[in-house]
Design a protein around this ligand. Sequence first.
Ligand SMILES: Cc1ncc(CN)c(N)n1
Length: 226
Amino acid sequence: MATFTDRLLRSVAPIWEQVHQHPFVTGLGDGTLPVDAFKFYMKQDYIYLIDYAKMFALASVKAYDLETSARFAALQESTLNTEMELHRQYAARFGISREELEATEPSFVMLGYTSYMLRVAHQGSLAELVSSLLPCTWSYWEIGKRLAQVEGAVDHELYGEWVRMYSSDEFGQLAIWLIDIMNELAEGKNEQELARLEEYFVNTSKMEYMFWDMAYREEMWPCAIN
Ligand SMILES: Cc1ncc(CN)c(N)n1
């Protein structure tokens, strides 16, 4: 039987495919991504993940049972201490200190994306919160798996570590757990509620695309004022 996340995946398939084809993502795989764009991405992504970890904290508060609450707390922990450690290690290679990384000035797209998710988290139900954060973990796992198939990508001396992390079984388990909980939370919801979940999922999928594009172009704010 088709699940709710099958429906979500169908509605974002063209957007996610565009992400797979984006020069930032293909460049991670074939090694052609300019290092400066990667540095820019790392810094913006670090502060993105500070907010993203808060989404899991809010989900832990909203969870209906202890086990689910603990799983969300563990997801927050792994974001802060495993995923963000990757960024800290890259920063160290680039001579960027931890303090500098944390003090990164947010770009317009990064701020818009996390502000939107945090708004949904504060105002909405647990199902709404999960629908808005799911493209983040799920789409990265899809990208990681696809890039891992590109010859030489996992062994690339700079981008290989990134590909290994996001294609790993450990990261995949997190995505699978979130997909499963999304399906559980969607059970029994009426069409109006499901459509709202789909809307959040589609919107943050679009923001994922915009994040890649922002990083590729190293764009801070699309206006002339500094
Ligand atoms: C923008 C973004 N989206 C998703 C992920 C994967 N957690 C990430 N690190 N950054």
